[in-house]
Design a protein around this ligand. Structure first.
Ligand code: PEP
Ligand code: MN
Length: 338
């Protein structure tokens, strides 16, 4: 039965064939002369067919590349020169959006002085819920981000919103971010699978972990194994946080896959006051990194100002997290704040 399924798959045919099942049931019920009536025979064989389909699905799942344990070396894989998925967690920090040359410069300068592995994050193409709010500086934002990162020797991740801009984003970024709203965009997943840059794949608000893994499979199937999964909160009835941080997603994903898993605390929580215990929780359950939004002037930010730490707050946060505590940077005096 599994062999027949394999041949069908190789020919691009579905394992389940409704017409063929109906024909077989017809033939079985009409030729049955035993103690069971046609309805019983039909029920028995439908159960057998269902079991055989479940078996085929199980086999197909086992063949998924995303489940392979050998995708990521012990030391992790490289995003630019930053290893992720290895022994040390990576900080993904930066503003929600690139806003001005001065803003991204001030933040990049600060981020570069944070000890340990880190990646500068900032959006140039912004997927805003409200069309009348700031949509990002687009190509100009990419240029400003690249420039600031290069000046400070940083690696950058930024979001790609559609297939039309994959090339220009890939040209400027070290890592491409697929946002929560695009996790189901299969054409975009295929497109980033063809680009030779690592991908940060965020979980959609309503996605099951299985769906997140299937989205990752789209990217891997395109020939790109450098995918980082990101838990960023899911939508529930709870309103005290922006989304609901699904902390169990981290160990559950890590049980299934060898890909690195990070937690975006800023978008999950939408508030700063409980960021520290939640960061500790994320690291305790095995997250390979944390994403946190920071801004040199959060009160003037063009997006997500309420959830972004200012630089001083973030230095204190890192200190409290025990992040290589003695060497957490003070924000520069002068700079934009001077
Ligand atoms: C972001 O990280 O900039 C962002 C928009 O996040 P999300 O896609 O998780 O909402
Ligand atoms: Mn944001």
């Amino acid at each position: 039965m599994l062999e027949i399924a394999a041949i069908k798959r190789a020919r691009g045919l579905a394992g389940y064939d409704a017409k063929r099942e109906e024909e077989m049931l017809q033939s079985l019920t009409s030729s049955s002369s035993g103690p069971f009536g046609p309805a019983d025979v039909k029920e028995i064989f439908k159960t057998i067919f269902r079991a055989s389909l479940d078996l085929q699905n199980l086999e197909r799942r086992k063949g998924m590349r995303v489940l392979r344990r050998d995708l990521v070396p012990e030391s992790g894989f490289l995003v630019g020169d930053v290893p992720i998925g290895g022994p040390e967690p990576v900080l993904f920090v930066g503003p929600c959006s690139v806003e001005t040359a001065e803003q991204i410069e001030a933040i990049a300068e600060f981020v570069a002085r944070i000890p340990g592995p880190k990646i500068l994050r900032a959006g140039a193409f912004k997927p805003r819920t409200n069309p009348y709010t700031f949509q990002g500086l687009r190509e100009e934002g990419l240029r400003l981000l690249r420039h600031a990162a290069d000046r400070h020797g940083l690696v950058v991740v930024t979001e790609v919103l559609d297939t039309a801009t994959v090339d220009v984003v890939a040209e400027h970024a070290d890592m491409l971010q697929i946002g929560a709203r695009n996790m189901y965009n299969t054409e975009l997943l295929k497109a980033v699978g063809r680009v030779g840059k690592p991908v940060l794949l965020k979980r959609a608000f309503m996605a099951t972990l299985e769906e997140l893994l299937l989205s990752a499979e789209y990217i891997l199937a395109g020939g790109n194994d450098r995918v980082v999964l990101c838990e960023r909160g899911i939508r529930t009835f709870e309103r005290t946080t922006r989304f609901t941080l699904d902390i169990a997603a981290v160990p559950l994903l890590k049980q299934e896959v060898s890909l690195p898993v990070i937690v975006d605390l800023s978008h999950a929580l939408g508030r700063k006051d409980i960021m520290l215990p939640c960061a500790k929780a994320a690291l305790a359950v095995g997250a390979n990194g944390l994403m946190i939004e920071i801004h040199d002037r959060p009160d003037q930010a063009l997006s997500d100002g309420f959830q972004q730490f200012d630089l001083k707050e973030f230095a204190v946060f890192l200190d409290n997290l025990g992040h290589r505590a003695a060497t957490v940077p003070e924000p520069a005096l002068g700079g934009r704040n001077g």
